[in-house]
Ligand binder design. Structure first.
Ligand code: UD1
Ligand code: CA
Length: 469
């Protein structure tokens, strides 16, 4: 049998009243990314024909967020003017979808951890159900505490009967622990036929998408259930406690995987914060109160001391990051030492063996192999060669009030303490600047430059006997 093309529809129009927030629920962040972005990235992995996103509350912002994950030509935004329920949300896409001969995978913008493999399994079961395919397949799972979810009600033979929402179910129904994940695969045309028969005659006065499977079943259409074993993936976010719980489980899972599968030591796993996409090499040690975010990659045998935050950065092997550093969008070579209290900003690139010491800020600059910037310096928009030493208090004066300019420093250079390098400026290989030099012109290779030496202007009276100077 030829499978129909796959479309995806994501429900993301609700405000999420239970969040008690002025920000639409799907824009709240989990593992550093808005909930909607998680769902969109997973949807994209299935390579559907098109992704329809139903937007309403802060629709413009949601749209921008979605476009960080999906190409504009693969996505269609559908506006739901009033949030009259999940059934109404799907119905707002009617004019795009009702005549399409496709399968429609419906996802919830507030169920962020669902995996692409699981969805692929759901679609496969849907397409192969009894050899002909189902009209609807519902993703379900059994949970310890079903409160708040719709319950899957089956007949005595175990076949699907209906979904009972928390606010509508009777006592027996609410005892059921098998819940509706809010994720379904539908035959697109049959779904829109069924939706025209869904009413809002229920406890919330809403049009429930969860009534569509019952309408289909009552019309004699096959409805199947794809039951998952692990409830982690279908955890829905409705309030801040659920958001925090899920954030914690994501971090715990990431740390557990790094310990068991990758051989990373965590001094205190409960006090370390590691995002799901972070990778760390064998025999690296992570101290407490370290935050590792985004696409950070750390090599083998590294040590990350307490209080450091590293985001979207690449770190080689044998690197020591000492206490209390902030490192963002940086690229650190092998065997480097950074900190304590260093700030590597976007575009900081350290060659192998480079050293960045305390109270040093580096931005959009390359520090060459084995070069050192050990104390109290600002290096911005600069390129520094190999085996160069930058003395304490050195500043690249990169900003003239209007534009940024670059500083180039060669190999084996010794920049004296408190040198001001007024960019644009170049210091050639093997040159030396004296302490306190203000470099305003290019320095050729192998030159010593000094500037503005202190002049004696008068003698001072000796302090009276017995008094401290
Ligand atoms: C829904 C299901 C419930 C299921 C649960 C799983 C319904 C009626 N109930 O309940 O059976 O167990 O998800 O997580 O569907 N939305 C819109 N427009 C609206 C209303 C909602 O776009 O008018 C969006 C929301 O932004 C959200 C999603 O639909 O992303 C789900 O809505 P929500 O109100 O959270 O439904 P639940 O009460 O969780
Ligand atoms: Ca929900």
């Amino acid at each position: 049998m030829q499978n129909k093309p796959l479309d995806v529809l994501i429900l993301a129009a609700g405000l999420g009243t239970r969040m008690r927030s002025d920000i639409a629920k799907v824009l709240h962040k989990l593992d550093g990314r808005p909930l909607i972005n998680h769902v969109c990235r997973t949807a994209a992995a299935l390579a559907p024909q098109k992704v329809y996103v139903v937007v309403g509350h802060q629709g413009e912002e949601v749209r921008e967020s979605v476009l960080e994950e999906l190409e504009e030509e693969h996505v269609e935004f559908v506006w739901q003017k009033e949030q009259l329920g999940t059934g109404d949300a799907v119905n707002s896409a009617r004019r795009f979808l009702e005549d399409r001969d496709s399968e429609l995978l419906v996802l919830s913008g507030d169920v962020p951890m669902i995996k692409a493999e699981t969805l692929a399994g759901l679609v496969r079961q849907h397409q192969s159900h009894r050899g002909k395919g189902a009209a609807c397949t519902i993703l379900s799972v059994e949970v310890d505490d079903p409160k708040g979810y719709g319950r899957i009600i089956r007949d005595t033979a175990g076949f699907f009967l209906k979904i009972a929402e928390q606010k509508d179910g009777n006592e027996a129904e609410l005892k059921v622990r098998e819940i509706n994940a809010g994720i379904y695969c539908f035959d697109t045309r049959k779904l829109f036929d069924a939706l025209s028969k869904v009413s809002n005659d229920n406890a919330q006065g809403e049009y429930y998408l969860t009534d569509a499977p019952r309408v289909l079943k009552d019309a004699g259409e096959p409805v199947s259930i794809f039951k998952l074993k692990d409830s982690f993936e279908i955890e829905g976010i409705n309030d801040r406690r659920q958001l925090a719980d899920l954030e914690r489980s994501i971090r715990r899972r990431a740390i557990k995987r790094l310990m068991l599968d990758f051989g990373v030591t965590f001094i205190d796993p409960d006090r370390t914060y590691v995002g799901a996409s972070v990778t760390i090499g064998r025999d690296s040690t992570i101290y407490p109160n370290v935050v590792l975010e985004g696409e950070t990659k750390i090599g083998d045998g590294c040590v990350i001391k307490p209080g450091t935050r590293i985001a979207n950065s690449k770190i080689g092997y044998g690197v020591e990051i000492r206490d209390n550093c902030v490192i963002e969008d940086a690229d650190i070579g092998n065997r480097c030492t950074v900190g304590p209290m260093a700030h590597l900003r976007p575009g900081a690139v350290l060659g192998d063996g480079a050293r960045i010491g305390n109270f040093v800020e580096v931005k959009k600059s390359v520090i060459g192999r084995n070069s050192k910037v050990n104390h109290l310096s600002y290096i911005g928009d600069a390129t520094i060669g190999e085996d160069t030493n930058i003395g304490a208090g050195t500043i690249t004066c990169n900003y003239d009030g209007k534009n940024k300019h670059r500083t180039n420093i060669g190999d084996r250079v010794k920049i004296g303490s408190d040198t001001m390098l007024v960019a644009p400026v170049t210091v050639g290989d093997d040159s030396v600047t004296g302490a306190g030099t203000v470099v305003t012109k290019d320095v050729p290779p192998k030159k010593l430059v000094v500037g503005a030496p202190g002049r004696a202007i008068r003698s001072l009276a000796s302090p009276p006997e017995g008094e401290d100077g």
